[in-house]
Design a protein around this ligand. Structure first.
Ligand SMILES: [Zn+2]
Length: 1262
């Protein structure tokens, strides 16, 4: 090892000797047959090289020898594989994958890893493999799969030596996926870790600050950036980037004082940034934008000019130059600048729109239409409907014109086709030079004399002509008229007056119809018959970015290369590039960014370019658009990745001679060419045969790779915003193997006694071997279930809801009711008329009583949009989405009660008004109903939902809580048969009551209960609620939908689109809950609820003592762990309490609990002994009664028995708990921590041994 220099030595990982020998044996055993062979020394060295060294091997100086060795090893392995006709041990492929990864030959690494995956059933135990695979996926921007692989690594090996690198990359990917909470969590986990990783702390902190900015938390972002500037020895690139961000933020946001102050701050920051890094084209561009906005036109031009000099030509910059020229009434120059922009980036919607506006202002509607059409076809177009209306209007105008009237007119500007072929950039460049000269002469007329236009340019910029952006802005301001700040009001006034002007100019009809909101966007009819038009537009449209513009109409620039800036314009983004640590000589900007053209609020476009020496693509980092969730399109860019392109177009086999033999390629599923028909017979079919179940429909995606075009389509067309599709690109498809069982089913008899368990553990520690199968069993990472097979027929997708009608108290206590509810076949049960049957006084929970009882009590408020019926639309009402707006704040019961009441009165008033209006207009009824049917949805009214009101306090809510004791035991808040009553402490809202206060439209977004516990919900009334319910076994399908919509199934607010569910054959139970009805949500059932009327609800969770409940709770516990989400129910703690408190007679339930105890017992023993043998003292701490379960303060995993508390926290007796892994991340040898022990080993052993299967009579404990 020592011969590999410092970088390798420091990053050395300790592979066990065993593994090294194994690798060496393999290499030598098969290496004797004439192929290039490896010496013993080489083999030894290679045995120590795997994915964990990725990013830490320098190939310079000493590292060059490593590179040579790796190359030799690859050739050697490949030739061996060829000789053995692929029949080698699976580990062989894994190592080949590692070697190729370290050589950054990603396609070969992927192939080898895939081979390993298909051969090795328990591949998931191999953390280095999963890590390598994750890195390859990350390289290909296949984030969906990279996330899964990385999560698996941390799940199977929480102490993985590259955990920090994984958290960093997870943070980046979740950021791109707009899952900001997860992103922040992972960045923070990366930050606390003092192990090495490819980014510095400062860079990680930058990402956190930028994450705030991305989320529009500008003040937090500003604070974080400013704090970062205080850092000592802040690397210059980070500093320049931070200053740049601050500058741009000040330009766009109301952070300080008035507009002038903001701009002066912005300019100062940007100038400081340029002092640190004068070569940042992006900073120059931003500076130009700032100057432009304060009217310093010449400074703006100079800055843009610098920007173009310093960086690659940027479409944004050219677009801004165009705007500037247009403002200066130089339409020809503006035209040329816009043409530059769209030639650089065919999908630059803003430039197309501006160009269209320019043409309109010069009375060339036909050209304008073409530009608008191109804009609408761009993925980055945010106001398609407005543009469509505009196009329609112009087309209508054209139709009304007398034949030929346009043709005969002299055009101000060359047509779009002519303009496209003008050699613009050079001319503009020279003119820019001249401009500078003119300026030096102090001349103000620098512009007029420099016009290259051959046409007589008349200054005809029509001020009445509102751009589509402005129209949209106007509309938004109008909708929000009551909540505008002074500057917004001013803007509104200006826009209103412009709009009036526009109407006077005869645009009224077209525009107002748009503003009224036509929802029906007719297919755009094409007036343009010119070849160019069609070609250009289809070119733009074609799979987003892979433009195939006709060769005669466009300089052969590779459109793909400009995809980055195209994407960057999609929604206010920010670029982040990583410094490449291994190439310190290269001065790479941390954040070379392009930003969007005028009109955006949150600028920034993030190109995460090259993470260390690994990420070669630009990965645009999409930022939430104003319409949360609708235009978010993080994108995959493979532009500069010839390997993948080759892979996708099926030319990988052309690489023969570069060391890869055909044989090798043929056995790799990813590299099949279209002509290779050997799919079925090739070893790649191992993937398919591994999962013969017809359930795994995704297998189709494996074969779809064989069609190069489908692959191409996927990557360019869909990108990350359809993460499912990345499955088509990337093979191993980890989730295809059968869903692992978290709790293996086994017979009771095999459970050893505690002494045996611990004895085995002890031996395990000593020689690493054990004859006990159970103890060696690692849990495979959990997977969401695939969609149940066979799919339900469409007519079974609206099943009737299981309902029970109660007439009297006896009915309510009838034992089969309990069994009916907890029967796994009934995802939900509505118990009708429960309150009446039990004579419950629901009035105790009425708003009036609540106010009288505790008017100052806190209410969590969710501000939501009042959506139509069962649908969920984006805020503009343009399309149905899954993301559900639900922002949280707080108020009091008294205030919410007031809101609830006034909302009711207002509605009564409206109702009356409608009634009178209806009378007045009864004649026009047909037309009015027609209008309403065609009306566009939205903008929506805002409503407030008072939720999660805590009724746990027995003193404050004595009467209310007492009333609930009248319920039958199985639905009661507290009962012996309720698992949650055995937790031993309060879990708010779960084993205590919560109240919800609603107005019509109040929505509880889709979810499963915490840890899949059952829930009980009683409607107090007076209004009804509507429920939507999906059985537990479909949660994987909903999880997929959430992922596709860039939502976190566990953490985000989402409202399923019923049409999507119908398409996917997901059954949905749907029913009305009337006052007095109790809804029982069974374990794991997915549900979402909306209020139809004004009503209150009370709800809590229960955990029936059933195998199904326990199993689902543990499964979710594990899934939460994989997803880095806290499990609100501490299942380990609860399992021990169950063992202490309850006699379990259900053999299945018993087995599962016993198995969990066994695992924990083993873990406690192993950990304690490891600590002691490392000389770490374990301090007895014990437990107090009702002491809550503990969670790691860093990663939120449950910590049982052995608590890691920092010395400081221990002295202060604050006892802030860490898990072992988090403790080790901050203090490798734990010297800063004390380990507190809460249970005596003997105690746990006794509980374990005494927990036995009870005779079956005692089951009915309720
Ligand atoms: Zn932790």
């Amino acid at each position: 090892m020592k011969s590999f220099g410092v970088s390798l030595a420091t990053a050395a990982v300790d592979l066990s000797d065993e593994e090294k020998k194994m690798a060496a044996r393999k290499a030598s055993g098969e290496g004797d047959e004439g192929s290039p062979s490896l010496t013993a020394e080489e083999r030894e060295v290679l045995g120590g090289l795997d994915s964990r060294l990725f990013g830490f091997v320098s190939f310079h100086e000493d590292g060059a020898r490593t590179k040579t060795l790796l190359g030799k090893a690859v050739r050697c392995y490949e030739s061996l594989i060829l000789k053995a006709e692929g029949k080698v041990e699976s580990d062989f492929f894994c190592q080949l994958g590692h070697f190729n990864l370290l050589l950054e030959d990603y396609s070969k690494a992927l192939s080898a890893y895939q081979r390993y995956y298909s051969l090795q059933a328990d591949y998931w135990k191999n953390a280095a493999f999963l890590y390598g695979l994750g890195l390859v996926y990350f390289y290909y921007n296949a984030f969906h799969w990279a996330i899964k692989a990385f999560q698996d690594v941390l799940y199977v090996d929480p102490s993985f030596c590259r955990a920090k690198e994984i958290h960093l990359r997870l943070g980046l990917m979740f950021k791109v996926n707009t899952d900001y909470d997860s992103s922040l969590k992972h960045f923070q986990l990366a930050l606390i870790d003092c192990n090495p990783c490819t980014l510095s702390s400062a860079e990680i902190q930058f990402h956190i600050a930028h994450l705030y900015e991305t989320q529009r938390k500008y003040h937090s972002a500003k604070q974080a950036y400013e704090q970062l500037l205080q850092t000592e020895n802040l690397p210059a690139q980070v500093k320049a980037t931070v200053l740049q961000q601050l500058g741009w933020m000040h330009h766009n946001m109301d952070l300080v004082g008035d507009k002038a102050t903001q701009e002066s701050y912005a300019i100062q920051y940007l100038q400081k940034s340029l002092e640190t890094d004068p070569n940042s084209g992006q900073s120059w561009y931003f500076l130009g934008r700032c100057y432009s906005s304060i009217g310093k036109v010449q400074d703006a031009f100079i800055s843009y000019r610098q920007s173009i000099d310093k960086s690659e030509a940027s479409a944004d910059t050219w677009c801004s130059i165009g705007v500037l020229y247009q403002q200066q009434n130089q339409p020809m120059d503006a035209l040329q600048a816009y043409i530059c922009a769209v030639q650089l980036d065919h999908g630059h919607a803003a430039a197309w729109m501006d160009l269209g506006t320019l043409y309109e202002s010069c009375n060339q509607p036909q050209d304008a239409i073409k530009c608008y059409l191109n804009a609408t076809r761009s993925k980055s177009c945010s106001n398609t409907s407005i543009l469509a209306a505009r196009i329609k209007f112009l087309q209508a105008q054209l139709c009304n014109l007398p034949q030929g009237s346009l043709q005969n007119k002299t055009k101000l500007l060359p047509s779009i086709e002519e303009a496209w072929s003008l050699p613009i950039p050079a001319e503009l460049t020279s003119r820019q030079g001249a401009m500078n000269t003119a300026q030096q002469n102090g001349s103000d007329n620098w512009n007029s004399s420099q016009t290259v236009s051959h046409h007589p340019v008349q200054q005809e910029v029509h001020s009445w002509c509102l751009t589509p952006q402005k129209l949209q802005h106007l509309e938004q301001l109008r909708a929000n008229r009551d909540n505008l700040n002074p500057s917004q009001k001013l803007v509104l006034e200006q826009l209103e007056s412009q709009f009036v002007l526009m109407q006077q100019q005869g645009l009224h009809k077209g525009q107002s119809s748009h503003l009224a909101g036509p929802n029906d966007e007719q297919p755009l009819f094409s007036t343009g018959t010119s070849q160019y038009h069609q070609a250009a537009s289809t070119g733009i449209q074609n799979q987003n970015g892979r433009c195939t513009l006709p060769s005669n109409s466009l300089p052969q620039r590779d459109a793909v290369n400009h995809l980055s800036s195209h994407i960057a314009t999609s929604g206010g983004q920010q670029g982040v590039t990583f410094t490449k640590e291994s190439e310190p000589s290269r001065n790479r900007p941390l954040v070379p960014e392009t930003s969007r053209h005028a009109g955006d609020t949150s600028n920034s476009c993030a190109d995460v370019k090259r993470l260390s020496n690994h990420v070669h693509q630009v990965m645009a980092d999409a930022v939430s658009s104003p319409n949360h969730g609708d235009s978010i399109s993080p994108n995959l860019l493979f532009a500069d990745n010839p390997q993948l392109s080759a892979l996708l177009i099926g030319k990988a086999n052309d690489n023969v001679g570069t060391g890869t033999c055909d044989k090798v390629n043929n056995i790799h599923p990813a590299i099949h060419t279209k002509t290779d028909n050997s799919v079925a017979s090739s070893p790649s079919s191992a993937i398919s045969t591994a999962t013969p179940s017809p359930k795994s429909t995704e297998q189709i995606s494996v074969t779809s790779l064989n069609s190069p075009h489908s692959g191409l389509h996927t990557i360019n067309g869909e990108g990350l915003d359809n993460s499912q599709n990345s499955a088509k690109v990337d093979l191993p498809l980890l989730s295809h193997k059968s869903t692992p069982q978290i709790i293996p089913s086994m017979s009771v008899s095999i459970y050893p006694s505690s002494t045996e368990v611990l004895k085995t553990c002890r031996n395990l520690g000593k020689n690493g071997l054990s004859n006990s199968r159970i103890l060696l069993d690692k849990c495979p990472p959990p997977r969401p279930p695939t969609s149940p097979y066979p799919p339900l027929p469409k007519d079974k997708l609206n099943p009737p809801t299981p309902s029970i009608y109660l007439e009297n108290k006896r009915d309510a206590f009838f034992p089969p009711l309990h069994q009916f509810c907890t029967n796994p076949k009934n995802p939900v049960t509505v118990i009708r008329g429960l309150a009446g049957a039990l004579k419950l006084d629901l009035g105790l929970f009425s708003t009036k009583t609540l106010v009288e009882a505790n008017n100052e009590h806190m209410v969590e408020v969710r501000t939501q949009l009042l959506q139509p019926a069962d649908e969920n639309w984006d805020p503009t009402g343009t399309k149905k989405i899954w993301r559900c707006e639900s922002n949280s704040s707080h108020t009091t019961i008294a205030k919410y009660a007031q809101y609830q009441a006034s909302s009711f009165q207002e509605s009564l008033r409206e109702e009356n008004e409608k009634r009178t209006q209806h009378k007045d207009h009864s004649d026009n009824e047909s037309t009015s109903s027609d209008n309403s049917g065609r009306r566009r949805k939205g903008p929506f009214k805002t409503i407030k939902f008072g939720t999660n009101i805590d009724l746990s306090d027995n003193k404050k809510w004595k009467l209310q809580l007492h009333e609930l004791t009248k319920l039958p035991a199985f639905v009661r808040v507290i009962s012996a048969g309720n698992l949650l009553s055995h937790v031993g402490h309060t879990i708010l809202g779960m084993n205590t009551v919560q109240l919800h206060m609603k107005v019509p439209g109040s929505r509880t977004p889709g979810h499963q209960e915490n840890n899949n516990f059952c829930s009980v919900n009683i409607n107090i009334g007076p209004g009804d609620c509507e429920w939507f319910v999906v059985p537990e076994d479909y949660w994987g399908v909903l999880n997929d939908f959430c992922e596709k919509n860039n939502l976190n199934f566990l953490m985000s607010s989402w409202w399923p689109n019923l049409e999507d569910l119908y398409e996917a054959n997901v059954p949905v139970y749907r029913f009305i809950q009337r006052p007095g009805d109790l809804v029982w949500i069974n374990a794991g059932t997915v549900h979402w609820v909306q209020a139809i009327g004004w009503c209150n609800n009370i709800a809590w969770n229960v955990g029936p003592l059933t195998a199904c409940q326990y199993k689902l709770a543990v499964e979710r516990y594990e899934w939460n762990k994989l997803q880095s989400v806290k499990s609100v129910v501490p299942m380990i703690h609860l399992s021990w309490n169950i063992a202490r408190n309850i006699k379990v007679s259900d053999p299945k339930l018993f087995e599962m609990i016993k198995y969990c105890l066994l695992k924990i017992l083993k873990q406690c023993q192993t950990l304690k002994e490891a600590l002691l043998s490392a000389g770490k003292e374990v301090v007895w701490h014990g437990r107090t009664n009702e002491e809550p379960a503990h969670y790691c303060s860093i990663c939120e995993v449950e910590v049982f028995n052995l608590l890691f508390v920092s010395n400081e926290s221990n002295i202060q007796k604050t006892y802030i708990v860490h898990c072992q892994d988090c403790a080790r991340k901050t203090s490798g040898n734990l010297e800063n921590f004390v380990v507190l022990e809460q249970y005596k080993m003997e105690d746990l052993m006794q509980v374990y041994d005494q927990f036995t299967l009870a005779p079956s009579l005692s089951t009915t404990s309720s």
